[in-house]
Ligand binder design. Sequence first.
Ligand code: 6PG
Length: 232
Amino acid sequence: MPWIEHDHADVAALVSHVTEAFVDACRTAIHARGQAWLALAGGRTPLPVYAQLAAANLGGVVSAIPTDERCVPHDHPACNLRALREAFAADANIVPNALTREDGDVDASLAQSRALLAVNPQPFDAVLLGMGADGHFASLFPGAENLAEGLATASGIDAIATLPDPLPPEAPFARISLTLPRLLHARDIHLVVTGADKRVVLRQAQADPDCAFPVTTLLHAPGRHVHIHWSP
Ligand code: 6PG
């Protein structure tokens, strides 16, 4: 199997297991390389993991970026950076970096995200991804006009600006997203999914490498073993 499955009895068990994996990844990185470098999903599911990481006393500096960002001002309720800043407020050593400009301007944000990734070419110590019921991960959405650019493994492109189509009602904004190759440039990749409906999507993506859900390309990426964490 190109993935490693972790099934959990409930969300609390999932959160505690994923937190443990990230605590280990951060401590190992800090010990080996002086600091840790993480890419962290937006959305709601991972927020308790971030809160627990902030309370874990990781013992050094952790630099984090969102895997994707909504092109909104940084003080907007839908801003992933804002959510990371709030979740990590208890530990000043965990530093969230912005993919977007303060005002959320799309073109300037794309330039900023690419510049940030260019000066940080090292692999992520760990990546946390969520998945939507439409099979998107990061902001690589099935209906986006430039989805293929985001999923192309040999593009050499670190980030794209993209417009989900249809726009998700809970966050109807243009996005900046890391590309699949940039997300795969990581020591460990964790995909965190809850609920029976999303499990059906996962199962289809696992069973059929040609299935149209974007997450299929992540799960079947050659040479990678994505950790899939699921709970009801
Ligand atoms: C975002 C994301 C996105 C998210 C999934 C799952 O900013 O919207 O990074 O890919 O992880 O939509 O979101 P939930 O955890 O809220 O279900």
